[in-house]
Design a protein around this ligand. Structure first.
Ligand SMILES: [Zn+2]
Length: 343
């Protein structure tokens, strides 16, 4: 009997991506189709099926080779019921029976998961947290995605909102920065790519010295002034950009420290487009050791003081490794878990 294969589908606001993933987590060539949410949810469900079929065909396989399918979508959602409820990135969709539709269309066991959770499952299976017993993940994008995975279990929560680490409160709820969720002071309002640009504009307005960022002050095309530009200038030594990036590391670290206090994970994974700079990661790590709960973050010091060689290593803070492939690889990982009889 050939080794089992799984299809992972990652539904985003712009595109849907899918690939066939084998039992060892190796993915075939990924395919992508436009989501076009404005065409409505029936068209969306058809595109999901078409993306799955295309991935299987592109891998040179047939549906008979597929043991199970995993689908990841953004929220709001009801993971247990397999529904997308009211997703801001997929307006005007409402109450979309994703899992039931895919299951009926292909007659395959179908797993359904939040996209940030799926990305964490992927990183834990074959990425930055491979082999770890427990992990938390922060993904810095338009927002800040989060996930908590303990063993094989994704912490989905009672309302499908477990592990929403972007909404950890790092500032006062009556005067912090405004988050996409409507509240003030959430991590997302400080450390998302959008928030980094906002804070850079503010830093620039009060900056007395020279900074390359000034040339972007008059740029009308807002897309040119983005988090990547700020991070690149910081790497080059631009003082104003460095300040913005250092503050971002500080804010992110406060969120990481809260997650450590709640979960005490083996690994903290930082993902997303702007999380590539080693200097940034080193800063986050430094702040985590400084402000985090001492025992999990400085276990090596305790081990030395106590003369113990059997203590676990301190919590690790690392970059994600799978990039944009994490979503469909993780979705396939959820399908694999379902096919192997786990609940
Ligand atoms: Zn929030």
């Amino acid at each position: 009997m050939p080794a089992a294969k799984y299809v992972g589908l990652d539904v985003g606001g712009t595109t849907m991506k899918a690939a066939v993933v084998d039992d060892a987590g190796a993915a075939s060539k990924a395919v992508a189709l436009d989501t076009n949410p404005e065409r409505g949810q029936d068209a969306g469900l058809n595109t999901m099926c078409a993306t799955i079929e295309l991935a299987v065909k592109t891998a040179g396989l047939t549906m008979a080779d597929v043991a199970a399918i995993g689908v990841a979508t953004p929220g709001l959602m009801d993971i247990r019921a397999g529904l997308i409820l009211d997703p801001p990135n997929l307006a005007p969709w409402k109450n979309v029976p994703v899992r039931e539709h895919i299951q009926k269309a292909f007659h395959k066991p179908t797993a359904y998961q939040n996209d940030a959770n799926a990305a964490a499952v992927g990183e834990k299976w074959v990425g930055a947290a491979r082999g770890a017993r427990s992990m938390v993940m922060f993904t810095l994008g338009t927002g800040v995605g989060g996930a908590v995975v303990i063993g094989d279990t994704v912490i989905e929560g009672e309302h499908s909102h477990g592990g929403e680490l972007g909404h950890l409160r790092i500032d006062m709820p009556d005067r912090g920065r405004r988050c996409g969720c409507g509240a003030l002071g959430c991590l997302e309002a400080y450390a998302s790519a959008t928030a980094v640009v906002e804070r850079a504009r503010e830093a620039l307005a009060g900056w007395r010295g020279h900074t390359e960022l000034k040339q972007y002050q008059t740029v009308f095309d807002q897309k040119q002034f983005n988090a990547e530009v700020i991070f690149t200038l910081a790497e080059k030594g631009d003082e104003c950009a460095k300040k913005v990036v250092d503050d971002t590391a500080y804010y992110l670290a406060l969120g990481v420290c809260s997650a450590i206090a709640a979960v005490d994970p083996e690994v903290v994974v930082i993902g997303g487009g702007m999380a590539k700079s080693k200097a940034f990661l080193a800063k986050v790590d430094e702040y985590v050791r400084r402000f985090g709960l001492p025992y999990p973050t400085l276990t090596d010091r305790y081990a030395k003081q106590l003369g113990r060689s059997d203590l676990p290593a301190p919590v690790k803070v690392v970059f994600a490794q799978l990039g944009e492939t994490a979503g469909y690889i993780g979705a396939a990982g959820c399908a694999r878990k379902l096919a192997n009889g786990a609940t």
